[in-house]
Design a protein around this ligand. Structure first.
Ligand code: ADP
Length: 399
């Protein structure tokens, strides 16, 4: 059997690209989609490994989101520096080939340490939607020891253009999912407002009863108003259009500002409020307005789900050896049952009997988590039923 000619090989490659592109357009789950793309890229280029790095629209950071092979989980979410080759491609938007990475100081060796691969040669292609760069597609080490060439550039550029559109579609789909969930949530308070107003308009209602209806309408309207604010925030965060303004933040000052704001609520429930701050005062790296939202949401919950005469504590530890501080918000409230704990950060999730306890949207903690994660951190929670709850996360101290 004669080996295929160059033309035949190219034709075969384009046939495969076509099939892949059909799969891409029909996959709306982002992670599945990324996996399809990296595997397709590896097959098409016949390389040892391929990966996708995505650009975080909030922080501008470039991080690994999918890698072929078994080390995928270890490298997911690992941030690469702007000075790396992928960082360069994400900034400049041009394809780069390096056939000997040891000779290029943009090569970021730490990725190899994580994956166990030994990168010898590398190709990196920008992923663009219109002219906006959303990430980078990389392939390393052709298996037959050849060097990367123009054919690889062509194939990966075509694949990456289709992949970028598919990724954008998957993100938009997530967004439209959110919209239908939101509309669904708005229905409950709206239905009750409409029903009670109709009763008031149509029937002669006893004044006492009428007062009660008006009270309900007012509460539901307040609820709607809170929901619309939370929806707006959530869809902004999810769209990836917001950029976080990272800068040193005087965290003690911010907490004192928030405390003043919450004072009336605290007094109404006769709650004791304590703040513990490091001395001397420190600054942390973060987006001041978003951090405010995080602390307000956590503190509002600590108040809402507390017991009368209970207490709330906001604490910031001094920086540890790695220059991280821990911010925690604790309460002496009703606590969260163990079976609910894994779910409380999900959108719209509320502990079953919260409804009768305090008004809420079930979105506060989801917003908290998204913001804290954009700060490169993670929210932890400890809770004991009838004893209280503590939420905590770390922040990097500013020099
Ligand atoms: P909500 O608007 O309902 O307060 P969140 O997303 O802020 O929504 O919280 C989700 C659920 O987690 C709440 O409905 C409540 O059941 C539970 N929860 C949150 N914080 C606390 C807390 N400090 N103590 C007890 N339960 C809490």
């Amino acid at each position: 059997m004669t080996s295929p000619t160059l033309a035949e090989r190219r034709l075969e490659t384009y046939r495969r690209l076509l099939t892949i592109s059909q799969t891409l357009t029909s996959t709306l789950d982002l992670l599945t989609l990324l996996e399809v793309i990296v595997n397709a890229a590896r097959d098409l280029t016949d390389t040892e490994a391929t990966s996708i790095l995505l650009l975080d629209q909030k922080t501008g950071q470039l991080y690994f989101e999918a890698v072929t092979g078994s080390k995928s989980e270890e490298i997911r979410r690992v941030v690469v520096p702007p000075t790396s080759l992928a960082g360069w491609v994400a900034r400049v938007g041009e394809v780069q080939i390096i056939n000997d990475v040891q000779k290029d100081d943009r090569f970021y060796a730490q990725s190899d340490e994580r994956t166990g691969f030994q990168t010898r040669s590398l190709i990196a292609v920008p992923m663009k939607v219109k002219e906006r760069i959303i990430g980078v597609l990389e392939a390393i080490n052709p298996v037959d020891g050849r060097t990367f060439d123009d054919d690889d550039v062509d194939v990966l550029t075509t694949l990456s253009a289709q992949a970028a559109i598919a990724i954008e579609n998957a993100r938009l789909f997530q967004q439209s999912d959110l919209i239908s969930e939101m509309v669904h949530e708005l229905r409950t308070p709206l239905t009750s407002i409409v029903a009670y107003s109709e009763l008031l308009l149509r029937q002669a209602v006893e004044p006492e009863m009428a007062q009660e209806f008006i009270e309900t309408i007012y509460q539901e309207a307040l609820n709607l108003s809170n929901m619309t604010n939370a929806f707006l925030e959530l869809s902004r965060l999810q769209s990836g259009r917001v950029r976080f303004q990272m800068a040193p933040v005087a965290i003690g000052e911010l907490i004192e500002e928030i405390a003043a704001l919450l004072r009336p609520q605290l007094d109404r429930l006769n709650l004791t409020f304590n703040v513990q701050l490091p001395d001397p005062p420190i600054r942390v790296i973060g987006d001041r307005e978003r951090l405010r939202q995080v602390i307000v949401n956590l503190a509002s919950n600590a108040i809402k789900y507390n017991r009368p005469n209970g207490s709330v504590l906001i604490k910031v530890t001094p920086p540890d050896a790695g220059q991280y501080v821990t911010l925690s918000v604790s309460d002496t409230g009703r606590g969260i049952p163990a079976k609910d704990l894994p779910h409380i950060f999900e959108k719209f999730y509320r502990v079953a009997d919260s409804e009768g306890y305090a008004q809420g949207t079930g979105l506060g903690l989801n917003i908290v988590r998204q913001i804290v994660e954009a700060h490169g951190s993670h929210v932890e929670v400890d809770s004991e039923v009838d004893r209280g709850t503590t939420f905590r996360f770390t922040l990097k101290a500013a020099r």
